[in-house]
Write a protein that binds this ligand. Sequence first.
Ligand SMILES: Cc1ncc(COP(=O)(O)O)c(C=O)c1O
Length: 318
Amino acid sequence: MVLRNALDLIGNTPVVALDNITGNIEGRIFAKLEFWAPGLSKKDRVALQVIEDAEKSGRLKPGQPVVELTSGNMGTGLAIVCKLKGYKFIAVISKGNSIERAKMMKAFGAEVVLVDQMPDSIPGQVSGKDLELVEIEAQRLTKELNAFRVDQFCNPSTSRAGEIGVANEIIQQIDERIDAFVDFMGTGGSFIGVTTALKKHFPDIKCFGVEPENARRYSNPQDIGSGKHKIQGGGYNMELPLMTEDKLKLVDGFITVSDEEAIQAARRLACEECIFAGFSAGANLAAALKLLKVDFKGKNIVILLPDSGTKYLSTDLW
Ligand SMILES: Cc1ncc(COP(=O)(O)O)c(C=O)c1O
């Protein structure tokens, strides 16, 4: 079959059983390779959902520019979708994110606006405060260009991509019982969307959000931590607009993962399974292994692998 263009490469990602890693541990981990996409991340399908929903509702007009705040992956997804659908795309990104991300967006024809981090921030570690600076610039550009603002943190299309796309594929692809789903949260869109749909299909499934140990806004709201960590794409230590009260009721708990645990797990994915994924994939694997070793012995757990390890060649992950 010949595909129309790269948009047809989005979605229908494969699932791999991580049996080399689970080895002698009872239970299995099924990894959905969400980076199996033209932009090498889970955000390609989110970008497609957001743009097509906006087209259908008339919020995005033909030829209107598109602006978004991004840690890189959403920007890359939007760069691809906008290019192939004929919209100009402007990505606003913190200088704290890895340089591969900005380069990739530019390669797909996006305009990239880089925003300085706070004076006390660390390159490679984007904090909630750094994101606030990016947000101010994104708002300014949206107004100036009369652009369509994607607003991934508040846009319900973000979680719809998980609910109608990722979750349905999981249900069709895995013909074994699924006992748990864990996912590292940025906007929380994937976690909330997939959880909503899986809970309808498997009423007994347990769903856990994953956070960095040092950015535990939901795991430990009394003591949220410094917000500094290496797991790019999430852990912003802030209240997530998509995590409404009714969605929070669906959540069975939150698991924290340290930088070192995420890094070691990402390296195990490469070394033992030959799957080359990023920090947050490592965080999800580390969280799933914690569950399998104690409360979920002998159970089946699904995780997402959000992006490719090639996005971090300039970092200490490799
Ligand atoms: C690498 C990576 N992991 C995890 C996430 C979090 O995904 P979500 O925004 O669906 O919570 C993102 C989001 O951009 C990401 O880029």
